[in-house]
Design a protein around this ligand. Sequence first.
Ligand code: ADP
Ligand code: ADP
Length: 232
Amino acid sequence: MIELRQINKTYGSGAGVVQALKDIDLTVRKAEIFGIIGHSGAGKSTLIRTINLLERPTSGQVMVDGTDITSLPHHRLQERRRSIGMIFQHFNLLSSLSVHDNIAFPLRLSKQPKAETERRVKELIGLVGLEDHADKHPAQLSGGQKQRVGIARALATNPKVLLCDEATSALDPQTTQSILALLLEINRKLHITIVLITHEMQVIRAICDRVAVLDGGMIVESGDVASVFLKP
Ligand code: ADP
Ligand code: ADP
């Protein structure tokens, strides 16, 4: 589903150069939950953001569903991005919009017919369990509810892939569990491929099928969660 080939990323130049990713090769299979774990500064955020080219790699290819998206012209890339949803640590909701309108936002951007947008938003609100909060604004919601809005918005355009950038790091343990359960449900029900980054082992253990360990911009270990973490 996703294949990163020989990805390198450097920031800055001259004496200030930082090599954030070094020779990354990574394959994420269709409909799996793939976790990337590492310490702060390991390159996790850079890595997940190369998958939708929010961050352009300095070299290497990003294959999504058989297409090398690094070589697409701008308008084709925009089109492709609709098949990749993303959620964030700090939710990135629009504070002036209601829950309903935050979720509708990507559909309005892609000029969906109004009736279709309404039908889809209702369905998504049901999926994430926010039926009683559709008219509220983000400031009136708990952290977990905000992330539910983020998830619904990310799924609005029916993506095949959901990228999760430290999606539970701002949440308390109990809320984290409920958001992880929702992600697992979405993966199993809708067969959406999920890639998540985290610095927390328990997130990997709770829902991931496979994991890669990132350190200093390099993958130092990868495989099934059980084989990577439960060694004697
Ligand atoms: P993580 O998400 O694991 O904390 P990051 O991908 O954010 O790691 O960062 C990896 C390295 O790249 C770090 O050394 C960080 O300081 C550096 N870095 C990240 N973003 C930038 C940027 N926009 N400009 C310069 N350096 C950056
Ligand atoms: P961090 O990983 O440092 O906590 P976030 O992942 O929350 O930061 O957000 C990183 C940046 O990406 C934000 O400044 C935001 O403006 C930008 N961003 C958020 N959503 C999107 C999107 N759908 N498309 C493009 N850029 C986005």
